[in-house]
Ligand binder design. Sequence first.
Ligand code: PLP
Length: 374
Amino acid sequence: MPMTIQSFHPPVRTLMGPGPSDINPRVLAAMSRPIIGHLDPAFVGMMDQMKDLLQYAFQTCNALTLPVSAPGSAGMETCFVNLVEPGDTVVVCINGVFGMRMKENVERCGGTPVVVECDWGRPVDPQQLEDTLKAHPEARLVAFVHAETSTGACSDVKTLTQVAHAHDCLVIVDTVTGLGGCELRVDDWGVDAIYSGTQKCLSCTPGLAPVSFSEAAVARIKARKHPVQSWFMDLNLVMGYWGPNAKRAYHHTAPINALYALHEALVLLQEEGLENAWARHRHHHEALKAGLEAMGLNLLVDEAHRLPQLNAVKVPDGVDEARVRGLLLERYGLEIGAGLGPLAGKIWRIGLMGFGCNRKNVQLCLHALEAVLL
Ligand code: PLP
């Protein structure tokens, strides 16, 4: 049968949902540079720079800092499969969709999750974590989400980590939506294991998961009694390619061009300056918030715990939220996100992430929303 399928040319969109975010043309251009071998000395040099750039983004000196060759979910799994052993008790704080996924990861690793259940739209409560750890002295790990994409709530990583450490637990932190968009200091805050994604505030192509592990986490991994059940994510093996002083031995074929893109996205972050990037997210969030409130729309999360990069907006009574999103896409090429789980139909999620966090996008979004809501 003759094939008549043509090349795919996507429509032009402005991405203001929960991710992926719009990508700087410099990042897309980097991706189209010629491929070289993943063990080529030039590529290996680029890997060393990538580590430095990721350490800067995470604000860490952790030697084991690398991009996992798969999306944010694989960053999550990498943390859990390496740090959870069968029979371990893990305290999982749930204040949205992604905490629920952490619980499932613990179960699949043969661990026993103990859940700290928090309200959706609120940060994780350190007192609830403290009470739970007192009741479970056998716990070895605490897991929570820094920037909960399903609600727009930001949890206090520093305080939660202090509480966990006071009970001899290591922490696993999800900062898929946090990295590059709001304050995060892995070393100062004592975080043991952390993962992110490239498609949110780093404004890179989806499909890579920056991760970082402290010395205490590496020691825990090296002292495991059971082998890591995932061959691909076993850091003992990955370290031979990415690890400190590694011989860069073949483990898997790295996604070479995607790594060029991440390198460029991180160079852009370094050029802007991390703290300037955080301030830019805060600045445009304030403008968006002011415009939304002037339209009579309200945000879900209280002011003190709002993520600037993920704005959860309450859908007014009587408004068909899916129709609004459809009209924004059709008339303005503008994508915003829907609510998830118990918040489905109740909120829109407006992303101001990375390259997409700018005045033009704020104005487009406010203008378009006002026009379709009238
Ligand atoms: N964790 C959080 C907080 C997220 O927002 C996401 C994706 O939106 C993930 C994990 C999973 O990342 P990915 O979709 O890249 O696998």
